[in-house]
Design a protein around this ligand. Structure first.
Ligand code: C2E
Ligand code: MG
Ligand code: MG
Ligand code: MG
Length: 288
């Protein structure tokens, strides 16, 4: 085979890479119709208050039920959707579904006053940030669902905002002024200048899972403890709340609670799941 390669040197050179490319190509062509065919769905993962263990809300995480490949995680198709521009209508769809879901939880939780209404976190891709319709779409979606802006938190990755100029920040500022929370997702993985935080219209830091992983032992590595301690105290001094991702054990939760983190998310509490599950968890929690 290799001998006959000549001008055809890619042929079966790396069957696995080939299969990946075909799948990528296949997924890219299937993407635009997937939205119309209703092949996307959303799972919700609870956000838990570290102080009292109550469920405060959930993060919406999109999945694709592909007719041939089964359930695909966002890491498989979000980059393709960003590349093809489908991310804008897909992101709008996720936002609309999630906000409606928040409204439904609110109705179901009419009698539970202790922790307030459940809030919803939705991820925004950098392409959505530069799309001119972002602010108006968000306003429309909230109004149509009858949900107050302060029930919504939009998550933007730290890397999307590195070196962001004022034009990029303007829509986020508008949303923040309306009362929408902006969270800096995967915080600590980029190279952001901590002083830069003051310039960003964010109210929540989501500490990346890598920090949680280093809290495996109890007590954890003293240097990591110092780093997280420093981030938390800086965040709090800037009036930012701190959420931690990827909490898988009780020891991690305890360590992060002691360090002053506010809310947590991870398999220790619940995997992402259907919306009814979140409602159940929140109710069990509220009624003891
Ligand atoms: P993310 O926003 O940082 O979301 C957290 C990811 O960590 C999710 O992966 C979640 O399932 C996973 N996770 C939660 N708890 C644990 C844990 O205890 N251990 C471990 N190992 N993992 C945990 P998922 O659902 O695969 O999403 C991956 C990324 O895809 C998200 O990272 C987010 O950046 C992106 N994404 C998801 N939904 C959307 C969306 O609607 N729009 C956009 N633009 N991006 C999305
Ligand atoms: Mg997120
Ligand atoms: Mg994250
Ligand atoms: Mg992450």
């Amino acid at each position: 085979r290799a001998k006959s390669a000549g001008g055809n040197r890619f042929e079966l050179a790396d069957p696995e890479a080939d299969a990946r490319a075909i799948t990528r190509h296949g997924l890219t062509t299937a993407l635009p119709t997937a939205l119309d065919r209703g092949e996307f769905f959303i799972e919700y993962q609870p956000l838990v208050h570290l102080g009292d263990g109550s469920v405060r809300g959930a993060e919406a995480l999109v999945r694709w039920l592909h007719p041939q490949h089964g359930v695909l995680g966002p890491d498989r198709f979000i980059p393709l959707a960003e590349h093809t521009g489908l991310i804008v209508p897909l992101g709008r769809w996720v936002l609309e579904q999630s906000v409606r879901q928040a409204r439904e939880w609110r109705e179901l939780h009419g009698g539970v006053e202790a922790v307030g209404p459940l809030r919803i976190n939705v991820n925004l891709s950098p392409c959505q940030l530069t799309h001119p319709g972002l602010v108006q779409d968000t306003v429309d979606i909230l109004e149509r669902a009858g949900v107050a802006p302060d029930a919504l938190c939009l998550e933007v990755t730290e890397s999307a905002l590195i070196g962001a100029d004022d034009d990029l920040l303007k829509p986020l500022r508008r949303l923040a002024e309306m009362g929408v929370d902006i969270a800096l997702d995967d915080f600590g993985t980029g190279y952001s200048n901590l002083a830069n935080l003051r310039r960003l219209p964010v109210s929540v830091l989501k500490l990346d899972r890598s920090f949680t992983q280093s809290m495996q032992q109890f007590p954890a590595d003293p240097v990591d403890l110092k780093i997280v301690e420093g981030i938390v105290s800086l965040a709090h001094s800037l009036d930012l709340a701190v959420t931690v991702e990827g909490v898988e054990t009780g020891a991690q939760a305890e360590q992060l609670r002691i360090l002053g983190c506010d809310t947590a998310q991870g398999w220790y509490y619940a995997r992402p799941g259907p919306p009814e599950r979140l409602h159940e968890l929140a109710l069990v929690d509220a009624t003891g």
